[in-house]
Design a protein around this ligand. Structure first.
Ligand SMILES: [Zn+2]
Length: 406
């Protein structure tokens, strides 16, 4: 496949919370992976087959939405919308993690056989289906009473890596603890609903139930859509090491409270950012980007730190194959962005710090330019120039590159 070079990078977010800012002004990718980061004289990025001239703008890792309601295909039955994943790529999201295909599957029955079958089918379908290049980590089994050790072993063998708790046919939310343990024993990362009930069919899950269940991730810990109370949030932060997933489709006041107490507890490494859409809140291509701006501008966190919560922290918490960071050896999944044209800010980081959603001028997945100028974000002050195949070809509008990588 053609090599890709990024030159004239003005600022870089690495996606790694431990060192969230990088200083490379160029990046070279070969066969979809980053092979060099550093000064252009050393990386040779300007000589690549495809060159993105970032013109002094900002490069961040592709955002990861760790709470996305996929079912099958690029269609959300909840909002009856097609091509939403394609559109999310225009919001800077290059990977999503399914929050349980069964949660939104029309007519979903509550039996273990159906739950297992749906998870395996989704995992295998999305292995071969990448809307606008997006990586869809699907195969998230909705835990139901009666799922056995053998069921989890079979699912793990067939590529199911995640489980969702809170929508099964249990009389009381505490009753699912055996299935949570079995899923974890077979290597699945278990995310539990937390807080008040969301759609019909879900149960409220309070902090004491979460302490009993001990999932790996407290899903939408700021509410999906109704948050746990503040004492409950304090207990989850202080008494557990569970991942704290903050979502756009939750309670913003609660999100800011969680960031504050997590930071005070030295636990930002446990915080990750997601959208929890499509849901009743809607289809939100800019959901993760909007949360990044809200947490940075209102939560007193540096933009590059919040970006790490929405990239590297998600990849680690959900045990994804790639690290969600911009580093040699990692897939070249990244976003080129700048302050929006009308912002008082001069660059993307200052825009995010003010709460202005940046304008995206390129989205790259596995070293391939999937999107030029975003159809969803505001116009960027400075647009990247994209040169394909050695010609001086500009790409001010999204190139039509097909809807699948395979
Ligand atoms: Zn959800």
């Amino acid at each position: 496949m053609p090599s890709l070079g990024l030159v004239n990078i003005g600022a870089l977010a690495t996606g790694a919370l431990s060192a969230p800012r990088g200083d490379a002004d160029s990046l070279l990718a070969e066969d979809g992976r980053i092979v060099a980061l550093g000064p252009a004289s050393r990386t040779g990025a300007a000589g690549a087959d495809v060159v993105v001239d970032c013109r002094g703008t900002t490069v961040i890792p592709g955002l990861i939405d760790s709470h996305c309601h996929v079912v099958l295909g690029d269609y959300t039955p909840r909002q009856k919308t097609v091509d939403f994943l394609d559109s999310y790529v225009h919001g800077g999201i290059t990977s999503v993690v399914s929050a349980g295909e069964g949660v939104h599957a029309p007519g979903r029955p509550h039996d273990p056989a159906a739950s297992k079958a749906l998870a395996i089918a989704a995992a295998k379908c999305f292995e071969h289906f990448h809307p606008n290049g997006m990586k869809v980590n699907a195969g998230s089994v909705v835990l139901e009473p009666g799922l056995t050790e053998d069921d989890f072993a079979e699912m793990a063998r067939h590529g199911v890596r995640h489980a969702k708790y809170g929508f099964g046919g249990y009389a009381h939310p505490r009753d699912g603890e055996p299935e949570v343990r079995r899923a974890q024993k077979h290597g699945l990362c278990v995310m539990s609903h937390s807080g008040g009930n969301s759609i019909p069919g879900s149960s409220p899950i309070t902090h004491d139930v979460l302490l009993h269940l001990r999932p790996d991730v407290c899903g939408h810990v700021n509410g999906g859509t109704t948050s746990l109370d503040e004492d409950g949030l304090r207990a989850i932060v202080a008494q557990t090491d569970m991942t704290l997933q903050i979502v756009q489709a939750g309670n913003l006041r609660s999100a800011l409270f969680i960031v504050k107490i997590a930071r005070e507890a030295g636990a930002l490494s446990r915080v990750c950012v997601a959208s929890d859409t499509p849901t009743g809140t809607g289809v939100m291509p800019m959901g993760v980007l909007k949360s990044v701006c809200e947490l940075a501008s209102l939560g007193d966190l540096a933009p590059e730190v919040v970006i790490a919560l929405a990239t590297g922290n998600n990849a680690r918490a959900f045990r994804l194959a790639a690290s969600g960071t911009l580093a040699v050896g990692q897939p070249a999944d990244l976003v080129v962005c700048d302050a929006p044209a009308a912002s008082l800010a001069a660059d993307a980081f200052s825009a995010i710090a003010r709460g202005d959603i940046p304008g995206i001028s390129a989205v790259v997945i596995d070293g391939r330019v999937q999107v030029g100028r975003s159809r969803n974000t505001p116009l960027a002050k400075r647009l990247a120039d994209i040169r394909f195949g050695g010609g001086p070809e500009m790409a001010p509008t999204p190139p039509t590159l097909g809807s699948s990588r395979h």
